[in-house]
Design a protein around this ligand. Structure first.
Ligand code: COA
Length: 262
């Protein structure tokens, strides 16, 4: 598939996905969502890719939401609106459950669907100039791409209610304070800081990363006992991997491990 609305580049172990409609604040139209689905699938299937970096083109926006022009046209009926919502949900769930860590590098406005895309990533970094928010209620709608659910799970229901009900924009420091953003950088240091974070992740065992991510994700829907049962199961599975032998041998031999992801 050739892309018109996103850029896709594999840089070493990182697949970089850039939403590329800067004159429209990188708003997500249907075509862009289709391309994101294709790019996430490609990154998931490529053994050379160990993590994803998702960002927006230009200086101003990460993604300023779903494309409001298209929303008005497509969401004219309940069926149409539900289709819009489930299409976006499916793409973001694909990313969340890819089994490879993703970092949203939020370089500007992350509003509505853009905030929801960032929330579907495993981690979030932000420029100190970034602005976050879920303004859907200001448009008479509700978050439709999983944001109402993920924000509540990431930052708690108090934060989710405040963001969703007020529709306010929140700065990067506030988003960091409430746990939505993992690391904030000066704009000129965002790329380097994000790359450093990614490097600290991609040097770990890929199978262990996949298990760890699933433990946290699945744990959202499990009680402590069930969660611990899953943890023990993964502990057992990890013990059968070449990566475990390599990781422990490397430690004892005082060298860097070379994980193969099996
Ligand atoms: N959907 C479609 N187009 C959008 C958009 C969106 N979500 N967000 C921005 N754009 C378009 C604008 O219509 C404008 O297009 P134009 O040049 O053809 O008129 C262009 O992007 C630039 O946006 P503009 O509003 O002029 O920039 P700004 O710097 O004054 O404001 C924002 C930036 C992000 C604050 C503002 O664009 C905004 O509030 N966007 C909508 C956010 C939103 O409600 N998202 C949730 C959607 S469900």
């Amino acid at each position: 598939m050739s892309y018109e609305n996103i850029l896709y580049a594999v840089e070493g172990p990182i697949a970089r996905v850039t939403i590329n409609r800067p004159d429209k604040m990188n708003a997500l139209n249907d075509a862009t969502l289709g391309e994101l689905k294709d790019a996430f699938t490609k990154a998931g299937e490529d053994d050379a890719v160990r993590a994803l970096l998702i960002t927006g083109a230009g200086e101003k926006a990460f993604v300023a939401g779903a494309d409001i022009n298209e929303l008005l046209a497509e969401a004219g009926s309940a069926e149409g609106a539900i289709r819009v919502s489930t299409t976006g949900q499916d793409v973001f769930r694909l990313l969340e459950q890819l089994g490879k860590p993703s970092v949203a590098m939020v370089n500007g406005f992350a509003l509505g669907g853009g905030c929801e895309l960032a929330l579907a990533c495993t981690l979030r970094t932000a420029s100190s100039k970034a602005r976050f928010g879920l303004p859907e209620a200001s448009l008479g709608i509700v978050p439709g791409y999983g944001g109402s659910q993920r924000l509540s799970r990431i930052a708690g229901p108090g934060v989710a209610r405040e963001w969703v009900l007020t529709g306010d924009m929140f700065g990067a420091d506030e988003a960091h304070r409430v746990g939505v953003v993992n690391r904030v950088f000066a704009p000129e240091e965002l790329e380097e800081g994000t790359q450093k974070l990614l490097k600290s992740i991609v040097t770990k065992g890929p199978v262990a990363l996949r298990f760890c991510m699933d433990l946290v994700l699945s744990g959202w829907d499990l009680d402590q006992t069930q969660g611990e049962a899953l943890e023990a199961e993964y502990f057992g599975k990890a013990a059968l991997t070449e990566d475990m032998r390599e990781g422990m041998s490397a430690f004892l031999e005082k060298r860097r491990p070379e994980f193969k992801g099996r």
